[in-house]
Design a protein around this ligand. Structure first.
Ligand code: HEM
Length: 176
């Protein structure tokens, strides 16, 4: 198999779709959702949207991982520094791990607080608040770590594109 110049177009589509969905989920989760008290009638609707988006992100991440492993990818991009290149390689896998951890902690929180019954079946009430459950703490900490890692990922892409001028972003875009 020859080494392509770009990632597979399905992977490119999944990359940008997930970039948008993760940014929106992180923003809405930390800025809007947390500030709605569980006693408010709006909370159930907000949680339903958040949970559905979370599950869609899970499915897209699994599909993306399969496409990533099954398609040919371009040669590794280099910064000129072997240590930074290693950090870049690890960052990509850590992004997958944190997305799975985000969803895993969300699901664990939902199971412990009987959230599906409250949100989808309306056969239970929301708990007084989610802070009573350990996975809520994990979900919040992982969210901050994921935001930091996405920030680092964006900075690294900009460094490649504008400082090294190696056209890195074109590798994650569709061919003209
Ligand atoms: C990649 C997917 C997800 C992202 C990016 C995400 C993001 C977030 C963020 C940023 C927060 C606020 C954390 C904080 O500031 O402390 C939050 C809260 C929450 N998330 Fe998620 N989440 C995801 C998936 C899920 C899933 C799958 C579920 C449940 C099945 C879930 C249930 C919750 C609940 C119950 C809260 C607590 C809201 C509150 O404290 O009032 N999340 N999420």
């Amino acid at each position: 198999m020859t080494t392509p110049l770009r990632y597979h177009k399905a992977l490119v589509a999944l990359h940008w779709l997930m970039a948008i969905m993760l940014t929106v989920a992180l923003f809405i989760g930390s800025v809007i959702l947390v500030d709605i008290p569980n006693s408010s009638p709006e909370k159930v609707d907000a949680l339903r949207g958040h949970m559905i988006v979370g599950i869609v992100i899970l499915l897209l991440t699994i599909i993306r991982l399969i496409v990533r492993l099954k398609t040919a990818k371009p040669a590794p991009a280099t910064t000129g520094n072997p240590l930074l290149d290693k950090v870049g390689y690890l960052t990509h896998w850590l992004l997958y791990i944190l997305v799975f951890a985000m969803i895993g902690s969300g699901i664990a929180l939902a199971v412990q607080s009987n959230l599906a019954a409250a949100v989808f079946m309306k056969t239970a009430l929301l708990p007084e608040n989610f802070q009573l459950y350990a996975p809520r703490l994990a979900h919040g900490i992982i969210a901050k770590a994921l935001m930091a890692l996405i920030g680092l990922h964006v900075l690294a892409a900009l460094y490649h594109q504008f400082v090294r001028k190696d056209g890195l972003i074109a590798r994650m875009w569709w061919a003209k």
